[in-house]
Design a protein around this ligand. Sequence first.
Ligand code: SF4
Ligand code: SF4
Length: 373
Amino acid sequence: MDERIAKHIIPWLSGKKTGPYEVEFRITRTCNLKCFHCPGYDEKLMTSNLLPLKSWLKIIQDCEKMGIKECLVFAEGEPMSSKMALPMMNEIKKLGMRGKTATNGTLFTKESAENLVKISWDQIYISLDAPDAKSHDYVRGKGVFDKVIKNMKIINATKKKFGKQLPEFLFNTVLTNLNYNKLDKIICLAHELNVSTVCFHPLNLWTKEAEKLKINSKQTAIMQKQIPNAIKLCKKYEINNNLNVYLDKGWIEDSRKKKTEVRKNPQKKASSKEEKENPFFRLACYLPWYFISINEDGRVNPCHSIRNNKENIHDKPLQEIWFGKYFKNIRDQLLKNKVPLDCSATCCAMQATEHQEFRELLLKAYNEKDNEK
Ligand code: SF4
Ligand code: SF4
């Protein structure tokens, strides 16, 4: 989580409503892979009401006018499988916003690598299930691991050729029974490929197939023993990570239960005067104060985990949606320490750990602002 986001939402505390800090564009539901546990991609769910490139470019321009700082080119499937991805990325950077994308890493070419390096695209999150072909390909398909590594090397070589630091690579790694004992190898691979951050995620059992990847108690114990060494290795290689979260085994074994516990009782963590007195400092989730997500057909949400979208960019401008009734209602429920109805079934476990950390950043930003007076 980012300190800049904490600073961005502080004005809400004195009644000054700010626009979103980040916008996520979920541009397609198509994907070139067929991972057996995939919860997202489903071409059958594509509607006929898809936003064309022209509309996306207009939305990007509106985002810049609203003061949005970061744009995420994401997908329910694979963003790079859409022909709109690169032109959208180019527009985002042309308008001076930061750009991120999350990808399976298989579809980059020499040309797209050069394009991304030239525009200084900021961050590329690569989904990495394991540090070896056998385990990674078990989930994603034959030859996928080698393809991803080759593409990352192409991008790194292109950065070198043009003397650029960006794009920065990050790994998104879901903890499973394929990688619970390979933390050190994942970190070494990250070091080898110039990856700045490894974000470990708990396994969300969104599909029946994902059960096959569940870590059992014995594996949890093995993994927990490895965490301190893995953290040391990250320190040595200066790789950011969130491994300390998993020192609490609840996040590995039953992240759903753990998430519910954190979401329902955020005040349990409240220790400072401000946290106790002001509900804003102990919210279970802050996304509706800084984040907005737009789907491939124009549906708009406070977060990609919400599936039954109520608002659509076809009906009203983004600004109106952000300051409108639906977002206000979600915020009001969170302020009353209730889990909004739309969030109850699908909230992602990782969000709960991130918002635990975010509360600390928020308090810091608030106190710094106070000291500046
Ligand atoms: S790469 Fe991602 S979207 Fe594509 S099939 Fe795999 S998990 Fe699903
Ligand atoms: S689904 Fe979860 S992360 Fe998303 S807005 Fe609701 S509480 Fe926040």
